[in-house]
Design a binder for this molecule. Structure first.
Ligand code: ARG
Ligand code: MN
Ligand code: MN
Ligand code: MN
Length: 309
């Protein structure tokens, strides 16, 4: 297996500055070596380039639309190229608006090769706003809606065809902050949401069994990991903390159960904000969780699977 790291150092879609430093913080935390320790070959492609953050108010319901389009075109091209080489792309964000570029590329690739795409959206937020619904205009609150065909044409058509995704291809996990209009739209579009209430009542194991039900050998799993998914007590280095997220153990189990499927095909690590972190601990935690996502476990996998199954 070969993994390609693609840095996208920008915070144009966010409401706080600093996610632009995410890629380097993940490298400093040892991401490449951690992956190599899991037996994967790692190609660090360095960072993409794009416009600076103009830090302007919203226009027509969007902040920095032109800049978000430019960054996402670059991300789309880079992620698509890696998939065509047979590599597993890891997007190092950057804020979560960049998932429009990465997931549109994954969807385009899956369409071309006839694979079934399922997106696991690990996040405190549903990121399902539109220009009419958004309270902020920040495009990092809109990527799921855009990928499902709701948004400005320049973004909904990044991969040519639109929509890139049908809502039934998405599973959201860890959700605990959804804006009022956004909530109505989530229900209307029938997004499959495993919110914190569900995880509290049913446990992470049952949650992930639901999330991962029905996969087959033809499934490409994309994990979009917004670091604010995690409880802020363990992951303070994000711009939009929401209390009451998954604990360290719950997050580890979530990653391990995804790894056990063997279907991981691409990954985003987004919203890490080193300006708000404490001595890079959130980046180190993210790396720790990515190790589990790539198969690190205490015991041999065979033993784990037998015990569970
Ligand atoms: N729902 C809020 C908004 O739309 C917050 C979105 C936060 N998104 C994120 N990727 N951190 O402004
Ligand atoms: Mn190669
Ligand atoms: Mn979030
Ligand atoms: Mn998000």
């Amino acid at each position: 297996r070969t993994v390609a790291l693609i840095g996208a150092p920008t915070d144009v879609g966010a409401g706080a500055r600093g996610a632009s430093m995410g890629p380097e913080a993940l490298r400093v935390a040892g991401l490449a070596d951690a992956l190599r320790a899991q037996g994967v070959q790692v190609l660090d492609r360095g960072n993409l380039h794009g416009p600076a953050n103009p830090w302007q108010p919203a226009q027509g319901g969007y902040r920095h639309l032109d800049e978000v389009v430019a960054w996402n075109r670059a991300v789309h091209a880079a992620v698509h190229a890696e998939l065509q080489h047979g590599h597993l792309p890891i997007l190092l964000g950057g804020d979560h608006c960049l998932a429009m570029g990465s997931i549109s590329a994954v969807a385009r690739h899956c369409r071309a090769v006839g694979r079934t795409l399922r997106v696991l959206w690990l996040d405190a937020h549903a990121d399902f706003n539109t220009s009419e619904l958004t309270p902020s205009g920040n495009l990092h609150g809109m990527p799921v809606a855009v990928l499902c065909g709701f948004g400005p044409t320049a973004l909904t058509h990044l991969g040519g065809a639109s929509p890139a995704l049908h809502p039934s291809q998405v599973r959201q996990i860890g959700i605990r902050s959804v804006d009022p209009g956004e909530k109505r739209f989530v229900h209307e579009q029938r997004l499959e949401v495993y919110d914190m209430r569900y995880i509290d009542e049913m446990g992470m194991r049952h949650t992930m069994e639901q999330v991962l039900a029905g996969l087959d050998d033809n499934t490409h799993l994309h994990v979009s990991f917004d670091v604010d998914f995690l409880d802020p007590d363990i992951a303070p280095g994000v711009g939009t903390t929401v209390p009451g997220g998954p604990t360290y153990r719950e997050a580890q189990l979530c990653m391990e159960m995804i790894a056990d499927t063997g279907r991981l095909g691409s990954l985003d690590i987004v919203e890490l904000n080193p300006a708000l972190d404490e001595r890079n601990r959130t980046a180190r935690l993210a790396v720790d969780l990515v190790e589990s996502l790539f198969g690190k476990s205490t015991l041999m996998r065979e033993h784990q699977v037998r015990r569970r199954g």
